[in-house]
Design a protein around this ligand. Structure first.
Ligand code: MCF
Ligand code: FE
Length: 410
């Protein structure tokens, strides 16, 4: 049993409760008690640590990253979705070459140093499997499928199954295998049905990039625009969209998927996602860099949708730090009061991210996992805002009740 305390605990519940001079009593499995530090210290006089001038939050949850794209720095084209996707196809091999394993190791270190304890990793190739499974992070490991050629469907289904099995070999309390469908424009309808059946059968979390770009919407709705030439240009095939927006969403009934981006979703479509019990993941910096658009937060609020915030990969970001991500969002959504927005953003990387996967993470409550991030912050009021403005790296990070060695260099 251990006790940790700090000047402020951000509980990260729906009310955004904040406790002052408070402590958390915990073991390796769960949080046992939360309350006044001075009272709790009587229950655990040894094994205590008080973080002065610090704020404790649940370890942050970054539920949409692409670790395999960590080598991108100045290789991919930003500013226009079509130009970006062209550049991904052209430079894929370069991006996956070099010392990818070492780069991913470093990136995991940066994630931990920035206070992230839980990731949703979209794996395009499986190169990130061992490095993630052997890391201290909690991981939802999304084996991603992609492919639109009819003659390839059987091979792709087999491939997906093989990769899922390989990830199941690493399954543990901290590492959960899952599935991802890249997007409606890139997955054949038979492959889609196969993956949906697999996800249902094994009760696996499912993640999908959905309605990210104007180009995707134009293709699904009008069968025209960028994607009309895309398949001929790169894959030498004439294609038609496999789904309408509506039929794609209807197929997801009973699955509660993570739908990532949704920049081009209408109010009715967002309502549909909510009715499905689905979760919306928003990646503001990626959305600015690839699509010059931000999710309409006010519309989400109106519909009672609580977005989860994530960074996406270095393929469309300069950093996987959620603190960087939330800071940018804080400056971008100028229609919100800054402290109110800071709270919404923080809950999107703690409480609502944790709630989506039923893993008892993302909140400082009795019975929740003992995963904490400690940040040095000077503040008396506006604690959420001060945290986002001041914190660059975590002072300490605990995952499964163990303090993680964050090293020194960044
Ligand atoms: O989320 C961003 C933008 N939208 C789609 N895909 C990706 C993103 N970052 C990386 N990707 C990957 C995706 O997983 O890029 C490839 C896939 O492997 C694009 S399709 C050739
Ligand atoms: Fe992504």
């Amino acid at each position: 049993m251990k006790l940790m305390g700090a000047d402020f605990l951000l509980i990260c519940d729906e009310k955004f409760e904040i406790l002052k001079n408070a402590g958390i009593l915990f073991d390796k499995k769960q949080i046992l008690e939360i309350g006044e530090y001075d009272k709790l210290i009587k229950k655990s006089p040894q094994n205590t640590q008080y973080y002065k001038e610090c704020v404790v939050t649940p370890a942050l949850c970054n539920l949409h990253i692409h670790l395999e794209f960590s080598q991108n720095k100045g290789i991919l084209n930003f500013g226009n979705f079509g130009n970006w996707l062209d550049s991904v196809i052209i430079h894929r091999e370069t991006l996956m070459g070099g010392d990818l394993q070492e780069t991913m190791q470093k990136e995991i270190k940066h994630l931990l140093q920035s206070g992230v304890g839980f990731v949703g990793a979209i794996s395009s190739y499986g190169y990130d499997l061992e490095v993630l499974a052997n890391s201290p992070l909690r991981v939802l490991y999304f084996n991603e499928v992609m492919g639109s050629k009819a003659e390839m469907v059987d091979v792709l289904c087999q491939n997906a199954l093989t990769r899922l099995k390989a990830s199941k070999d690493f399954a543990s309390e901290k590492f959960l295998p899952a599935l991802a469908i890249h997007s409606p424009y890139s997955v054949h309808s038979k492959l889609f049905s196969y993956i949906l059946a697999l996800a249902k059968q094994d009760h696996l979390p499912l993640s999908i990039h959905f309605l990210e770009s104007y180009e995707e919407r134009e293709w699904l709705e009008h069968k025209s625009g960028y994607f009309k030439d895309f398949f001929e240009k790169f894959f030498n095939v004439r294609m038609q969209p496999f789904y309408s927006v509506e039929s794609f969403l209807d197929s997801l009934k009973g699955l509660q998927p993570y739908l990532v981006h949704c920049l081009q979703a209408t109010k009715e479509e967002l309502q549909k996602i909510k009715n499905l019990g689905g979760f919306l993941i928003s990646c503001p910096k990626s959305n600015r860099l690839l699509n010059n658009t931000l999710l309409d937060l006010k519309l989400c609020e109106e519909l009672g949708i609580n977005p989860i915030f994530a960074t996406d990969g270095k393929s469309s970001n300069d950093s996987l730090s959620l603190l960087d991500e939330l800071r940018v969002a804080l400056y971008a959504y100028k229609e919100y009061d800054v402290e109110e927005l800071a709270k919404i953003l923080l809950l999107g990387v703690t409480y609502y991210a944790g709630k989506s996967c039923n893993m008892k993470v993302g909140s400082l409550q009795v019975g929740y996992k003992p995963d904490f991030a400690v940040f040095r912050v000077e503040a008396r009021e506006q604690i959420a805002l001060s945290l986002l403005l001041q914190a660059r790296t975590a002072e300490a990070l605990y995952i499964a009740g163990e303090e993680i060695d964050l090293g020194s260099e960044i």
